[in-house]
Design a protein around this ligand. Structure first.
Ligand SMILES: [Zn+2]
Length: 248
């Protein structure tokens, strides 16, 4: 059994912001003598985030992807992973697929209403749905006995069914992209379809943050329950501690 030593950071602002809930899973309690570095890292993390704090996006009943005054009621969360190079000590390339060195990670969790969730799901899947629909219709068409007979009487009869199916796949996909584009334009007035355009994320990017999965239109992940452990997941209270105490 590991000997339990009272953690020197217990009850401090660093502990509150790290939000690990239990010393068992916290790097501070491993007795590695690196608490000074951890304190430095947490301070850097807080300095690099916009003043409103990440909690302002999830610690609310109002949807944060809705635009305007009348925001929908939160029913789930949309998660966007953001990364930052951090400082020279933290900054590392962890895999060959990684384009930029990463030192810090921030789970950006937006409170999300059911309407925004449905719209985002629709936009994500509509090109796939129309492609599948057109492909199914074309297969149904070319498998019909009468059509097969009619096609075989033409000069390219042997290749015609294949050409029809391939053509329908392309048409289905293009139709889906057009529908997506039209609805994106329509819904863009009511909500942040691209989470990277959200004012909070824009402020983060001005401070050097970037989407972990590099993309211009970063995709969010939907979750019923938000992440509640680790840096970036603490509620406002933790930051009040940070403001109102001299503790480390
Ligand atoms: Zn919404």
């Amino acid at each position: 059994m590991r000997e339990t030593v009272p953690c020197t950071l217990q009850g401090t602002r660093t502990c509150a912001v790290m939000n690990m809930h239990s010393c068992d899973r916290c790097p501070c309690s491993k007795g590695e003598g690196k608490n000074d570095e951890l304190i430095e890292d947490v301070k850097l993390y807080c300095d690099l985030l916009p003043e409103e704090g990440l909690y302002s996006l999830f610690d609310t009943d109002q949807c944060q992807l809705c635009k305007g005054e009348n925001k929908g009621k939160r029913s789930s969360y949309a998660l966007l992973d953001m990364a930052h190079a951090g400082n020279a000590r933290l900054s590392k390339k962890r895999s060959i697929f990684q384009k930029r060195p990463i030192g810090l990670l921030a789970p950006v969790q937006f409170a999300l209403c059911s309407k925004c969730r449905l719209k985002l799901l629709f936009l994500e899947y509509i090109p796939i749905l129309t492609t599948v629909l057109f492909t199914a219709l074309s297969l149904f068409f070319v498998s019909n006995e009468d059509q097969r007979r009619a096609m075989s009487s033409t000069s390219i009869g042997f290749a015609l069914p294949l050409l029809i199916v391939l053509g329908c796949i392309v048409v289905g996909y293009v139709a889906g992209r057009i529908v997506k584009w039209l609805f994106t334009r329509k819904w863009n007035n009511d909500m942040y379809i691209n989470a990277l355009e959200h004012p909070f994320v824009v402020k983060m990017m001005e401070k050097g943050w970037f989407p972990l999965f590099d993309s211009k239109k970063s995709k969010v992940v939907f979750t019923k329950k938000r992440i509640d452990v680790g840096l970036g997941t603490a509620t406002e209270d933790a930051y009040q501690v940070l403001d109102n105490t001299e503790q480390i």
